[in-house]
Design a protein around this ligand. Structure first.
Ligand SMILES: [Zn+2]
Length: 92
């Protein structure tokens, strides 16, 4: 998988996790007729889903967000070159 696809995949996971989190919070009170999610209700277990998505994003970053030349973990902020080997990071 190219670095660009890894980059897109990580962001897709993060964005869907955040969207799911807020959707669950916003809709969470509906089954019980409350204005917002009660963290003690069984419905709150759905929050494990966005937590799992975040864990998946962290795992994908740790395993695949790596330099294609030397395999070093790349910085999470946008960088143009690998810190270890100095090769350019190709996201095109
Ligand atoms: Zn490198």
């Amino acid at each position: 998988m190219s670095l660009k696809r890894v980059y897109r995949k990580i962001w897709a996971i993060v964005i869907s996790g955040v969207a799911l989190f807020f959707a669950i919070l916003a809709l969470g009170g509906l089954p019980e007729g409350k204005p917002s999610l009660d963290i003690r209700s069984p419905y709150a277990l759905l929050l494990l889903l966005p937590i799992a998505l975040c864990a998946w994003a962290v795992r994908t970053t740790a395993l695949k967000w790596r330099c294609e030349h030397c395999g070093a973990l790349l910085p999470t902020r946008m960088a143009t070159h690998c810190r270890k080997c100095g090769q350019p990071i190709d996201l095109s």
